[in-house]
Design a protein around this ligand. Sequence first.
Ligand SMILES: [Fe+2]
Length: 130
Amino acid sequence: MSFEELWKSADWKQEKHVPVIEGPEVVKKGEMVQFHVSVGKEIPHPNTTEHHIRWISLYFMPQEGKFPFQIGHCEFTAHGESVEGPNQGPVYTHPHATFTFKVDRAGTLYATSYCNIHGMWRSEKAITVE
Ligand SMILES: [Fe+2]
């Protein structure tokens, strides 16, 4: 299997691992904008010590660019771990992240996420700038 094939994708309404990118399709040049990226929007993903989402990253690829830019990376680090044992802890991080940024040209947002037992997932969303 090639490295590219390790990154899975699907319809997020039917596959709980796919990161969902929510935000405007058109943004104003140079103005701050927020995009929300989450895993499990339609079908909740488990969030336990044994099975959880570790991180989400968001990238921007300009339409005429050659290389992507990483906008941000969010790690989710509490999954019920405790000295009492797995799933006995008081806190569970939910795999939701909001990224705030400005951009001056059109391109595509790429979101990636990682499940500790189901691997790497991706999705994308085109944005235009006016
Ligand atoms: Fe999973």
